[in-house]
Design a protein around this ligand. Structure first.
Ligand code: 6GU
Length: 227
């Protein structure tokens, strides 16, 4: 999978992809993230990527031309499954959406800034709009990093233990059960006996009950949801 992220702030996105699981995905050749600087496609006199809003009002609007030239240049090099615009009014990111996107080949992610993008970008160039939650960020970059992480870790072979993404919170509409490691007792705080018992079936059953109980307490809306 290749994810090309179009941004006016590539420096905001460099670090997340150089570390940990995302770096491993790249080193294994399973996922490549390229940061595309939108300014490289700004050919107006002052190389601007934004301008005043027609009709007035506060805030600059990202211009259609640099974005169109950038997306067309990328599309001339390879085919893309989706052109995703990161926006607080997009479709809410959840685990089923991450699962679906992890099955795609190549993606473009466009990061918005300022007051948004010229509506013609959304009408003619973008195929999908994604939000990471009901709050406003100052730009789409951090949201793009979140979306890319959620997608890339699901690609088979990226995680060491193939089953570990399947046992994540949300994969079965349950949140994950508690986990412990050594020591078995710290300041009198004990690990539940069942986990030390070596009895696999009892452990499996305990984990399931804990997951169910936690989901009821914390996220009852997940129970019974059809994805
Ligand atoms: Cl995708 N972008 C911005 N700017 N704010 C957000 C968001 C995206 N998702 C939630 N808030």
């Amino acid at each position: 999978m290749q994810i090309d992220i179009i941004t006016v702030h590539p420096e905001l996105l460099e670090s997340p992809f150089r570390h940990s699981i995302l770096k491993r995905a790249k080193d294994k050749g399973l996922a490549e993230v390229r940061l595309i600087n939108l300014r490289d496609y700004a050919f107006s006199k002052h190389r601007n990527t934004d301008d005043y809003a027609f009709g007035g009002g506060a805030g600059m609007v990202m211009m259609v031309e640099p974005i169109a030239l950038c997306i067309e240049d990328l599309k001339a090099q390879r085919a893309y499954d989706e052109v995703i615009y990161m926006s607080p009014d997009g479709m809410m990111l959840d685990q089923p959406l991450a699962n679906r996107l992890s099955l795609k080949g190549n993606l473009i992610i466009l990061c918005g800034h300022y007051k948004g993008v010229d509506e013609r970008v959304r009408e003619h160039l973008v195929t999908m709009e994604v939000s990471i939650g009901d709050y406003v960020l100052s730009g789409g970059e951090l949201a793009a990093a979140v979306l890319s992480d959620a997608i890339i870790r699901l690609i088979p072979g990226v995680l060491n233990d193939e089953t570990s993404a399947l046992s994540d919170s949300f994969q079965d509409n349950l949140i994950a059960p508690p986990v412990y490691t050594r020591p078995a007792e710290f300041r009198g705080w004990k690990v539940p006996d069942v986990l030390l018992s070596g009895h696999e079936e009892n452990i499996r059953q305990w984990r399931f009950e804990q997951a169910l109980q936690r989901t009821r307490e914390r996220r009852p809306g997940l129970l019974g949801r059809e994805d």
